[in-house]
Design a protein around this ligand. Sequence first.
Ligand code: ADP
Ligand code: ZN
Ligand code: MG
Length: 482
Amino acid sequence: MKYEAVIGLEIHSELKTATKIFCGCATTFGAEQNTHTCPVCLGLPGVLPTVNRRVVEFAIKAGLATNCKINKYSKFDRKNYYYPDLPKNWQTSQYDLPIAYEGHVEIDVDGAKKIVRLTRIHMEEDAGKLVHSGTTIKDSSSSNVDYNRTGVPLIEIVSEPDMHSAAEARAYMEKIKSILEYIDVSNCRMEEGNLRADINVSLRPIGSDKLGTRTEMKNINSFKALEDAINYEIERQAEVLDDGGTIIQETRTWNPERGITQSMRSKEDAHDYRYMPEPDLPPIVTTDEEIEAFRKSLPELPDARRQRLIKNFGLSEYDAGIITSSRAMAEYFDAVVNFGADAKTAANWIMGDLSKNLNADGLTIENSPVDAKRLAEMIQLIAKGTISGKIAKTVFAEMWKSSDSPAQIVKAKGLVQITDSSAIEGVIDEVIAKNPKAVEEYRGGKKKAVGALVGQVMKLTRGKANPQLVNQLLAKKLDGEL
Ligand code: ADP
Ligand code: ZN
Ligand code: MG
């Protein structure tokens, strides 16, 4: 392709405060329509909003965790537009003095590290939600407005147009998600829409540093949709340009069923919103001391944690990246290691069988049926040679279904590894007698033939023979040393 893609993201994240940003209504998701409303969030005349202190705290923490500067003097502004889900006809947001600005995060795509700059983070309120009687507005005879979500606090994280592929955009969004989870300011449940992105995509000739005209796809709430929409849009724009056409600056929607973006409306410019300072809210003034206190209160962040796992436990960059991508997984890993398990083995089990089982059962690691303690006990049984790594898979599957300790399971099922040489030798003699062809091949120089024989021994012992011992003894027998 002769174009370079340029991508910028505006990520909206709902903050996990108990109450809304300007009133005391609950933010609970999934409540019955219009049960979490009051005159303030319904925008009735004569009411006055007050700022939820927690929202400011969470926004500052998000800013600090993404290396932003904090505006010590920040204010709210009104963004004016009309839509039925917006009762005041303006959204209280921030315009020229956002709470945080000029940050950056590091991303890693296939081992290549790169910096994505953040333009700003600002606080704003969410709008309500239209609930159609049919499936879409077009086939509905009526629509309700549910104002429960009106006034739920959001931060909007705006990136510079620093990404150049769908994979980079995904890595960036994953990093933001993981940081927000670590600092515990958002639930980041994308399927509930509390983390969603507007993606801006443009193309320019390779080598050019001028930005091309962009299109925008709003409210993308899964990583798959994010990648698919970007890839589709890059291709679509390239075709338009190749045909000598021009890109129209517009808002498009992503249609996941058809796998295409569709034109929705021409894009508004900032001046269309008639931004004005919010007269009903005082400016937010923060001191250096307060900012430092917030900085100190931050937990270890994903990048630092990843480095620690590489340095202290010798995990690979890749493994450490996966383990630390979610705070819950990183904490589970630390717990398994603290219970005495070998770190690399722990990482393998967490990324392997544990993750597989959690996915299959639709569970998260916080409510894993196998807790850190039991996994650590099982890994120790492998280390001691009581069970082989292979048998451990059977033990793990049992642990998933029962609350017995791994030692109990091993005992009850008779899974203890056979480390008694004489018992194994007996089986080896039998296998050698039954497989003259493989034996001949081996003795003729084809050392690989031993694999089939090892497999036979393991099969006859139902996987319980110590594999190292089998290998040693078998080689000795075949070489006539035993
Ligand atoms: P809005 O979309 O609300 O008008 P901005 O103009 O600030 O706001 O841009 C929003 C996002 O679009 C930012 O993430 C920015 O990096 C990105 N962006 C701006 N221009 C381009 C462009 N030409 N190509 C791709 N992304 C762009
Ligand atoms: Zn309210
Ligand atoms: Mg935008």
